[in-house]
Write a protein that binds this ligand. Structure first.
Ligand code: ATP
Ligand code: ZN
Length: 286
């Protein structure tokens, strides 16, 4: 029988959609109907298990799944012995300490003696210990942000992305305990066939992620400006230059980082580039 790799992804929640999207963009076809607990890919040796995020590290450690996609915060909290194979660039958030807006909190040592509500007691405990703070950790499984207003705690330690939930609950974010994003984790003793499939998957994930952060740029330039324009463009090797039908003009093609896009296009325009087109790249293999 053909060997497969079993991947655990979140069943529903904040990581679900981006995890599915990444697999699909890797060319892996599968159906993921609601309430399905497992599904097989049609064109890749993969079985997908849909689980609660908290359970994923345990399943991967036990080998029920070979690999998994989970938040770094969950990986740290469960403390399982797994390989962190790749950071995936989505599900970005931070585990932060927050106090009521009216609190006199100024510095970390003000946490001494405070009651802190959290669902991440292991990570918080490590942080307090590292900073030599004697706080009292109150473990609760959800709705941490309301703990101060109901008199359960003096501070909270919770996941934040924009900070709006904290703000809406009258809290002020004061310290970052850890930064997190979705990561690909793997069992430490993968079989050789699974390891080979993981390599293939990683190759595809990197091509997809690289493509997402790059753009293909095309522009026209008068020949006398070509040198300046080529110096502005970073490109993978060097830009492609093709003559236009109109004499004295060329078309220049290259690849730029999305983050540099505005800066580069402004410079290109200033230096005589015309008809600048920027298009998304679907896959990028370098
Ligand atoms: P499950 O039902 O699978 O246990 P959950 O409710 O525990 O889900 P979600 O809220 O879906 O978990 O969050 C999953 C992960 O998404 C978190 O562990 C974290 O890594 C990431 N994340 C990103 N942004 C945020 C945020 N603003 N708040 C909470 N988690 C976030
Ligand atoms: Zn969870």
């Amino acid at each position: 029988m053909e060997q497969k790799i079993k991947i655990a992804v979140q069943k529903s929640g904040r990581l679900y959609e981006d995890s599915i999207k990444l697999l699909k963009e890797c060319g892996i076809g599968f159906s993921n109907g609601m309430n399905k607990l497992r599904t097989e890919a049609q064109n890749f040796p993969m079985e997908i298990l849909f689980l609660r995020d908290d359970d994923i590290p345990q399943y991967v450690e036990d080998g029920v799944a070979d690999i998994g996609i989970v938040g770094e915060n969950i990986l740290a909290e469960t403390g399982k012995a797994l390989n962190l194979v790749e950071r995936l660039g989505f599900g970005k958030c931070r585990l932060s300490l927050a106090v009521p807006k009216s609190s006199a909190y100024e510095k970390l040592s003000d946490l001494n003696g405070m009651k802190i509500a959290t669902s991440y007691s292991r990570v918080l405990q490590g942080y307090l210990k590292e900073n030599k703070i004697q706080g009292e950790i109150h473990e609760i499984s959800g709705s941490v942000e309301i703990a101060p207003s109901i008199g359960l705690a003096d501070a909270v330690c919770d996941l934040v992305s924009s900070g709006s939930t904290l703000f809406a609950n009258g809290l002020r974010e004061v310290e970052t305990v850890m930064s997190s994003e979705a990561v690909l984790v793997a069992n430490r003793n993968l079989g050789s066939e699974q390891a080979a499939i993981l390599d293939k998957l990683l190759f595809r994930m990197r091509a997809v992620r690289k493509a997402r952060s790059n753009r293909y740029i095309l522009l026209n330039a008068p020949d006398e400006k070509l040198e300046t324009i080529c110096n502005i463009l970073p490109g993978m090797k060097s830009p492609t230059i093709l003559p236009l039908a109109e004499k004295g003009w060329s078309s220049v093609h290259s690849v730029i980082d999305e983050n540099d896009f505005w800066e580069i296009t402004e410079k290109l325009k200033e230096n005589g580039a015309e008809g600048i087109l920027v298009v998304p790249i679907e896959k990028m293999i370098i």
